[in-house]
Each structure stands twice: as structure tokens, then as C-alpha cells.
Ligand binder design. Structure first.
Ligand code: HEM
Length: 134
């Protein structure tokens, strides 16, 4: 790892794999993912690209998170908080603390914007709510 790099590709992959292992075991979030994701290897590779783009500026991710989440029924601030709770628990286990800090900030920011866009796509007239503890 160069001295100017926040983290290695291996560190990103370990973070992503550990997080989705937790997600899949979660009694609330697990079934939501299992209902949509048929190919977990593909999803994990895509999410490694996503986090590598954020943490290593590799610009490899080419997806569309907004419409994908907008299509999920029943998202709520509580679900985003639960997602963030599992993400924070995974970050707490990562030896690279600088990476953990950056990833946590990005996740909170993105969770908030996904929740805003979700509300706008569902009920643009309503006053938007926020994901708390963010
Ligand atoms: C309530 C919280 C969340 C739930 C239940 C959730 C669920 C899901 C599901 C089921 C998919 C697969 C969609 C599909 O392929 O049709 C997905 C994709 C994805 N999620 Fe989430 N998610 C949540 C929050 C987040 C957050 C906070 C982030 C980022 C920090 C994130 C990043 C992504 C990305 C990058 C994809 C891939 C999008 C694409 O294929 O273009 N998700 N999510």
C-alpha cells in the first residue's frame, strides 16, 4: 500500500464480505436481501467495486443505487438505522481505523441521501424525515 493510500483492495473486500455476512444473518435485513439477490457472488463483487470507488477512488462502480433502493418496498428510517448499526459493528472490527472512519462517514451520508430520494420517489408532497444518529 502506498503511503498516500487510505486502504488496500484486500481491506475493502474484507470489509464488504464481513458486512454482508452480518446482513445475511440479520433477522430483519437478511430476508429483504435474500428476496432480491439471487447471485451473492455478483452482489459482493459489485459492492466491493462500490466501496473501492469511495475509499480508493478506483471509479470502477457502475450501478444505479437510487432506483434499485426506490424499488424496495417498505424502507424506513429504522431499517436504514439498522443497516448502519451493522455497518458500524463491522467497521469496529477493522484494523485499519482510518478506513473505518472514512467508510462510516460515507455510509451515513449515503444512507441519508438514499432515504431522501426514497421518500421523494414515493411521496414527493410529504415533509421528508431523516435517518437519526447520522
Ligand atoms: C435499509 C437499508 C438498505 C437496504 C434494505 C438495502 C437493500 C439493498 C438490496 C436488496 C439491494 C439489491 C437491489 C437489486 O439488485 O435489485 C441493494 C443494492 C445496493 N445497495 Fe443497498 N440497502 C440499504 C442501504 C444501503 C446503503 C446505506 C448503501 C450505501 C452506503 C447501499 C448500497 C447499495 C449498492 C451500491 C447497491 C447496488 C446497486 C446497483 O446494483 O446499482 N445500500 N441494497
Amino acid at each position: 500500500m502506498g503511503t498516500d493510500e487510505l486502504c488496500t483492495e484486500d481491506e475493502v473486500a474484507r470489509l464488504v464480505h464481513a458486512f454482508y455476512a452480518r446482513v445475511r444473518q440479520d433477522e430483519v435485513l437478511g430476508p429483504i436481501f435474500d428476496a432480491r439477490i439471487t447471485d451473492w457472488d455478483h452482489h459482493l463483487a459489485k459492492l466491493v467495486d462500490f466501496w473501492s470507488a469511495i475509499l480508493r477512488r478506483t471509479a470502477r462502480f457502475s450501478g444505479a443505487p437510487m432506483p434499485k433502493h426506490a424499488a424496495l418496498p417498505g424502507l424506513s428510517p429504522e431499517l436504514f438505522e439498522r443497516w448502519l448499526g451493522l455497518f458500524e459493528a463491522t467497521l469496529a472490527e477493522q484494523p485499519n481505523r482510518a478506513m473505518a472512519e472514512q467508510a462510516g462517514q460515507a455510509a451515513r451520508r449515503i444512507a441519508q441521501s438514499l432515504w431522501f430520494s426514497y421518500q421523494m420517489s414515493r411521496d414527493p408532497q410529504a415533509l421528508p424525515t431523516v435517518v437519526s444518529h447520522v
